[in-house]
Design a protein around this ligand. Structure first.
Ligand SMILES: *Cc1c(COP(=O)(O)O)cnc(C)c1O
Length: 386
């Protein structure tokens, strides 16, 4: 099976992890700060807080922005469930903004419309909006930022797909248009730490809060303490935090992987361009790139023109899998998940998202993918569609 995604692990990656195993620190040593520095350098953000997953990063990002009971957070329905769950962890409500039919990202126009209507009807406006850079392509952040200034919400970019991507020439994660940006380092993503995540920000206050939430709400910094130190052993718990720490093993892998980030993204763009050329004449809608975005190309999503094909979405998917092509679907609209339906969301509530889901398929795309493998994907797909 040609997988839809696969990590790229070199001997250098392995050596750097083994070195940590032989060192004094398996956790809370020098590697995590080094990894954080490499992310800050790559994104241009001032601060970077490493944690054990992007899910944790989204959670502490919401907490640092004060999300809680009575608040509402908006995100896109076409994302992994974690982008929405983080609001619920904080006791807040969640709602969705439909996607743009061309980029499949949260639509800035739909966001504006929903803000205008909510304000008119006297409904609670969002405390935070979480745009997700689907497939690695940045959302229209200039428009979202302008709306955040006008309507007073915070912005957390879920850039789990987008490390190494750019928007208007700036690296995604620079937080030029947001308060916090979150990255994931799960093995299917562009850079991996096995499990792991990072939150970047330009705010010292937000960084400090996220550092507290990452580790039990406990501090050894006298400046953050309520009382006076009892001695060198002294620490204070000043918030209710968690153990969301990244290990030294993970961070060392991340440091080593980050040295190859631009190569990863360049290769993914090459493969995507090659797909574009080879799939042009099939009954498909191919991914479109916004002029402002340099996509990190985490996913290559095709949409079937079902009117021109004699099979259903499910049949095309199953035939690809049967013939060794490890396709996937990203994503099932979050509002149609049983848990979310229990919260009151309905089928048919976000039309563009549901249309997208009815015909989208993610083709294999990973750094080590060979031209031979890619030709195989194209040839199997062509034989099914013709
Ligand atoms: C993978 C992913 C997450 C969750 O990342 P973890 O590191 O696995 O917690 C969140 N949002 C999006 C869009 C993702 O793709």
């Amino acid at each position: 099976m040609i997988p839809y995604g696969k990590q790229d692990i070199t001997q250098e990656d392995i050596d750097s992890v083994v070195e940590v195993l032989k060192s004094d620190f398996l956790t809370q040593g020098p590697q995590v700060p080094l990894f954080e520095k490499s992310i800050a350098r790559a994104t241009g953000a001032t601060f970077s807080v490493a944690v054990n997953s992007a899910t944790s990063a989204l959670h502490i990002a919401c907490l640092a922005l004060g999300v809680g009971k009575g608040d509402i957070v908006w995100t896109t329905p076409i994302t992994f469930v974690a982008s929405a769950n983080c609001a619920l962890y904080c006791g807040a409500e969640i709602d969705f903004v439909d996607i743009d039919p061309v980029s499949y990202n949260l639509s800035a126009d739909a966001l504006e419309e929903k803000l205008v209507n909510s304000k008119k009807e006297g409904l609670t406006l969002p405390k935070v909006v979480i745009p997700v850079h689907l497939c690695g392509q940045s959302c229209e952040m200039d428009k979202i930022k302008a709306l955040s200034d006008e309507y007073g919400f915070y912005v957390i970019e879920d850039a789990s797909h987008a490390i190494g991507g750019k928007y208007k020439g700036n690296p995604v994660g620079s937080c030029e248009y947001s308060d916090i940006t979150v990255f994931s380092f799960h093995p299917v993503k562009i850079v991996t730490t096995a499990e792991g995540g990072v939150a970047t920000t330009n705010s010292a206050e937000l960084a400090q809060k996220m550092e507290l939430f990452r580790s039990h709400g406990v501090t050894r910094d006298p400046a953050l303490m309520v009382g006076d130190s009892h001695g060198d052993w002294y620490y204070e718990q000043v918030e209710l935090g968690f153990n969301y720490r990244m290990t030294e093993l993970q961070a060392a892998l991340g440091v080593s992987q980050m040295t190859r980030i631009s190569g990863f993204v360049a290769k993914r763009n090459e493969l995507a361009d090659r797909y574009d050329d080879m799939l042009m004449h099939l009954p498909l809608i191919l991914p479109k790139q916004h002029i402002d975005a340099y996509s990190a190309r985490h996913l290559y999503v095709i949409r079937l023109k079902l009117d021109d094909i004699s099979f259903t979405h499910k049949q095309v998917f199953e035939q690809l899998r049967e013939k060794g092509i490890g396709v996937n679907v990203h994503y099932i609209p979050v509002h149609t998940q049983p848990y979310y339906k229990k919260l009151g969301f309905l089928d048919g509530q976000f039309i563009e998202a549901e249309k997208y889901y009815s015909n989208a398929i993610s083709l294999p795309l990973f750094h080590m993918m060979t031209d031979v493998q890619q030709n195989e994907v194209v040839s199997v797909l062509s034989s099914i569609l013709n």
